[in-house]
Design a protein around this ligand. Structure first.
Ligand SMILES: Cc1cc2nc3c(=O)[nH]c(=O)nc-3n(C[C@H](O)[C@H](O)[C@H](O)COP(=O)(O)OP(=O)(O)OC[C@H]3O[C@@H](n4cnc5c(N)ncnc54)[C@H](O)[C@@H]3O)c2cc1C
Length: 493
């Protein structure tokens, strides 16, 4: 590190890595507790998955809803491996976080009586999706939270630079090294680096969602889990130039949009959980050799989803007149950095929240719109736990910095790697294909393949052609990868 960079190194009570919904909310919660925060964001805000989120946040707010019903839907979608303790927290605390966001100035859509307008998505038995600007929820929430973070004098925003390594001392995570050579010393580090679905060549995610946070945590000794569990969203646009992978929110199906084969027939319950709908589409595509099925949203009032309609029209497709070609794409990583119910990873002082974390909450198939709720519920809990950490922040010594700088550079997945993951660890996988990925140069691809090989069954988003049925042996079991890359099965309750 140059003398100049050393001089610019800083200390904070909490270092938050990532400025999507989870990172921004964690930073604001910490600052509002009086803590100093260093908030690191690799990309501009418009390139976070949070900014792209369309549908909204799931919360049991309706008169005909309850946390128990939300829990039941979450467990049903999660196919027998939802960690109940985590799901209970989510469904209990999500309504308070919605009110919390409103208090922070987020304006959710309301009905004509001024009550929150609630949408319906696949797998939910009642309307419970809180949204903003129709399908511009992520954009609205992230804009408001980032404006608050930027104007909070306790938050130092470090934009346009990436975390390169976590600094671990005496078994504690004490800070991080940035790619530009600066170091951040902190009482606790909160990873909020998002998911890894952009490792697959066909994806709904922004290019940065390649699981770098998982590799940072793993290199620091943290356990990862459930890496084989990746959700494929059924309705990503395909074959429309400049809109490849653009997601058409499930909320549009919630309002009545339907899916059709080439002869115009419907072939699936459009509001079944995502794994079911994605599989039905994939099966049809395989049988017919077609590239896409048609989403008919001509009956939908375009004013309800203005940004989706505008994005399609700008690509030359008018969804009020013609069907939209869609097919499944990698969308959400259920696995991630193992955490307890307060965001603690297996390394003291290191916390993980949002899509980078794995509490077990989503099981083998995330219920739609549970992830934004998860960002807010668990970010707040993690910050409370992190601030209880008494260890004072201090800058790394020169020798510690030298060691950090010696760590290998973080890998980026090239086109071949991403295509291989789509081919061999896509919607339907086989042992033979997965075995090929074990030789990948990308460390996370190898770990994904070994978890997917070890789960020799089909469950939720993980479908094995050579093991087409669920095996009761794997019920409630999670594949946990230790720092030395060994894999063990753990039962989470
Ligand atoms: C198109 C789309 C629509 C979706 N719609 C919904 C929805 O309606 N409802 C719902 O619940 N979920 C939805 N999801 C999922 C949900 O948006 C994500 O799970 C959630 O937003 C993840 O938030 P996050 O804060 O964990 O990560 P992100 O929003 O992905 O943010 C990650 C942050 O980490 C930063 N980062 C990454 N690596 C580094 C590094 N090394 N150093 C520094 N910073 C780093 C990135 O720059 C970014 O700021 C959608 C996802 C997509 C892609």
């Amino acid at each position: 590190m140059s003398e100049r960079a050393a001089a610019r190194s800083l200390q904070a009570d909490v270092a938050v890595i990532g400025a999507g919904a989870a990172g921004l909310f964690a930073a604001l919660c910490a600052a509002r507790e009086g803590a100093s925060v260093a908030l690191v964001s690799a990309t501009p805000l418009a390139q976070t998955a949070s900014y792209w989120a369309q549908g909204g946040l799931a919360a049991a707010l309706a008169a005909d809803d309850s946390p128990e019903l939300h829990l039941r839907d979450t467990e049903r979608a999660g196919r027998g491996i939802v960690r109940r303790s985590a799901a209970e927290i989510l469904v209990r605390e999500a309504p308070d976080r919605v009110h919390h966001l409103q208090a922070l100035g987020v304006r959710f859509d309301a009905d004509r009586f001024g009550r929150l307008a609630l949408g319906l998505e696949g797998g939910h038995s009642v309307r419970r999706i809180v949204h903003a600007g129709g399908s511009a929820t992520g954009r609205r929430v992230v804009r408001q939270l980032s404006a608050l973070a930027a104007s909070d004098e306790r938050i130092t925003v470090l934009e346009g630079t990436r975390a390169r390594a976590l600094w671990r001392m005496e078994d504690h995570c004490r800070g991080l090294l940035l790619e530009d050579g600066r170091a951040v010393g902190a009482r606790a580090v909160v990873l909020a680096t998002g998911g890894a679905a952009a490792l697959w060549s066909r994806t709904t995610n922004p290019p940065g969602s390649q699981g770098i946070g998982l590799l940072l945590a793993h290199a620091a000794g943290a356990e990862l889990a459930d890496l084989e569990l990746v959700q494929f969203h059924p309705t990503a646009v395909i074959g429309v130039p400049h809109r490849e992978g653009f997601l058409i929110t499930e909320a549009i199906r919630g309002e009545g949009a339907t899916l059709h084969d080439a002869s115009g027939q419907r072939f699936v319950d459009e509001l079944a959980p995502r794994d079911e709908v994605a599989r039905a589409i994939q099966r049809l595509l395989q049988q017919t050799g077609a590239e896409a099925v048609g989403l008919d949203m001509r009956m939908i009032d375009p004013a309800l989803f203005p940004n989706v309609v505008a994005a399609l029209r700008s690509a030359g497709l008018d969804p009020t007149r013609e069907l939209v070609p869609v097919a499944p794409a990698a969308h959400y990583m259920m696995g991630g950095i193992v955490t307890d119910l307060d965001g603690r990873s297996t390394v003291p002082g290191l916390y993980a929240v949002g899509e980078s974390s794995c509490t077990g909450l989503h099981g083998a198939n995330r219920l739609a719109s549970n992830s934004l709720s998860e960002c807010f519920v668990f970010a707040r809990r993690a910050v409370a736990a992190a601030l209880a950490n008494e260890l004072p922040a201090r800058p790394p010594t020169t020798a510690e910095l030298e060691r950090l700088r010696d760590q290998p550079a973080l890998p980026a997945a090239g086109a071949d790697t991403r295509a291989a993951l789509w081919r061999h660890a896509g919607i339907v996988r086989s042992g033979d294909g997965l075995a090929l990925l074990l030789a990948s140069e990308h460390p996370l691809v190898r770990l994904i393949a070994s978890c997917a090989l070890a789960r020799s069954e089909s469950r939720g988003a993980h479908q094995r052609s050579d093991h087409p049925h669920s095996d009761p042996v794997f019920e409630h079991m999670h594949a946990v990868v230790a720092a030395d890359e060994s894999l063990a099965w753990q039962r989470w309750q």
